[in-house]
Design a protein around this ligand. Structure first.
Ligand SMILES: Cc1cc2nc3c(=O)[nH]c(=O)nc-3n(C[C@H](O)[C@H](O)[C@H](O)COP(=O)(O)OP(=O)(O)OC[C@H]3O[C@@H](n4cnc5c(N)ncnc54)[C@H](O)[C@@H]3O)c2cc1C
Length: 438
């Protein structure tokens, strides 16, 4: 019997693929719920993820899995309208003319930004179409240096810097240009005249997670079962220890896939991952009316959050019994930061105050509910040299035979962590286990 630590998407995918390959498997999940970071709240209609989620067109494994599970037709592709909030005003940024009308960059800045997003290097006046093909060439290049060389100071200061502040805070200088270029490739499809097309399942991501759990088998999953230790003998994993209902149990195992954040891998098996993670604090605000007409509003302002993501401007409020749902989100780079330690009421007060200041038509009475989720490890800091730090799928050479890793520090979660990446990582581990078992 193989064991999977963690019942998030990566653990579920690993177990599913192991079963498809004829192996017996158990999933051990420490919390009471499955789905990990993609778990949901209830609404008056469909469930809504605690942390905002959508799919990009470049993500194919998750779509293929949905089809395999018979729910491929649930994934809907919709326009996700973007805007940029600067100096008290939201500027739509979807169509070419909206971007041209953005007052905080010159036409030349916009031209250089456009060329970069189309991956055309126009330095020296002669366009080159292959400069950005090999990302490894940019792995050690600081993002600011890259943007100043490949675009303009205006593009860096008035477009990317506020986004980097929101995404990485005081760690922004550490991020590599390869990450940015990878993100540009990852974003996938734009409708040139309308904007970005994003995917979201009818019924939320539960519409995918539930059939996946059904396919794996409810009996395969043990929730409220924390894995606390792995036994390693003669260079191989031999036992797994769990705690459930105050009882500690140790059992034999043929192999273990750790599908959690890498700190758990360190605790269980002593493997030290060098990647730094940042936390996320994310509220779902239920309102009786819309706040904006945008899905994704980047906030380049002194506001205490980085983005306002109005989910019901992407998926209609009718799906949620008429509720209007707004995510308010911020990353935190330190466990000691105010946001990481403050209680929910204090954060609610601060965030709603800030929204009040930004939108004159907003009134606290519009808010019906404020639910807050915190994840101490929500996303890696994609530092320079990142790919040298990713945790291998097969840890035989690093720790012990029979130990595998499918969590967020794996290669599939670069250049952006995603549900698709989690599925790929789970599948990669199952493939390697199967190959060895032959
Ligand atoms: C703010 C935010 C926004 C995001 N937006 C998107 C998006 O738009 N699109 C997208 O595709 N992805 C998005 N993601 C990323 C996506 O949620 C993750 O990549 C994915 O859910 C990771 O899955 P996982 O299974 O690797 O880890 P997790 O979901 O973290 O699951 C790990 C599980 O392991 C369990 N566990 C931990 N320790 C133990 C233990 N010792 N014993 C047993 N169980 C244990 C945990 O309880 C958890 O359930 C977002 C994430 C965040 C935080």
């Amino acid at each position: 019997m193989y064991h999977v630590v963690g019942g998030g998407i990566a653990g579920l995918a690993a177990a599913y693929s192991l079963q498809q390959r004829g192996h017996e498997v158990a999933i051990l999940e420490g919390s009471g719920d499955l789905g990990g970071l993609a778990a949901s709240y209830e609404t008056a209609g469909d469930p809504i993820e605690k942390f905002y989620h959508h799919l990009s067109k470049s993500e194919e494994t998750i779509v293929a899995l949905a089809e395999e599970l018979g729910v491929g037709d649930r994934i809907e592709w919709r326009l996700g309208k973007n805007a940029y909030y600067v100096d008290g005003e939201a500027h739509p940024m979807d169509t070419p003319w909206e971007i041209l009308a953005y007052p905080h960059m010159s036409v030349y800045d916009i031209f250089r930004l456009g060329m970069l997003t189309m991956e055309i290097d126009v330095r020296g006046g002669v366009p080159s179409f292959d400069t950005y093909d090999d990302l490894s060439e940019f792995e050690d290049v600081p993002i600011k240096q890259f943007l100043l060389e490949h675009t303009t100071r205006g593009v860096y200061e008035n477009f990317f810097e506020p986004l980097l502040d929101a995404k990485f805070g005081d760690r922004k200088e550490d991020v590599s240009a390869a990450w940015l270029l990878g993100r540009i490739k990852f974003r996938g499809e734009r409708d040139l005249l309308r904007g970005e097309i994003l995917g979201y399942p009818d019924g939320g991501f539960d519409a995918l997670l539930d059939p996946l759990v059904d396919a794996v088998g409810r009996d395969t999953v043990r929730t409220n079962t924390l894995v606390t230790d792995l036994g390693i003998e003669d260079g191989a994993v031999t036992t797994i220890t769990t705690e459930a209902d105050g009882e500690t149990t140790t059992q034999e195992t043929d192999g273990v896939v750790v599908a959690t954040m890498p700190n758990v891998l360190e605790e269980l098996a002593g493997y030290r991952c060098e990647i730094d993670f940042q936390g996320a604090v994310c509220a779902v605000v239920t309102m009786d009316r819309p706040l904006t007409d945008t899905y994704w509003l980047n906030v380049a302002d002194e506001a205490p959050f980085g983005a306002l993501i109005e989910h019901t401007n992407f998926v209609p409020p009718e799906r949620y019994g008429g509720e209007h749902l707004l995510y308010v989100a911020s990353y935190v780079q330190s466990d000691e930061a105010w946001l990481a330690t403050a209680d929910d009421d204090a954060i609610e007060e601060q965030w709603l105050d800030a929204i009040d200041g930004m939108f004159p038509a907003f009134d606290r009475d519009h808010v019906e509910r404020f639910r807050l989720a915190k994840a101490p490890r929500a996303a890696p800091i994609y530092e320079r040299g990142y790919l040298d730090m990713v945790v291998p799928y097969d840890l035989e050479d690093d720790v012990a035979d029979g130990l595998y890793y499918a969590g967020m520090a794996s290669e599939a979660q670069y250049p952006e962590r995603s549900l698709d990446g989690g599925i790929v990582a789970g599948f990669e581990c199952a493939k390697r286990i199967d190959r060895k078992a032959d």
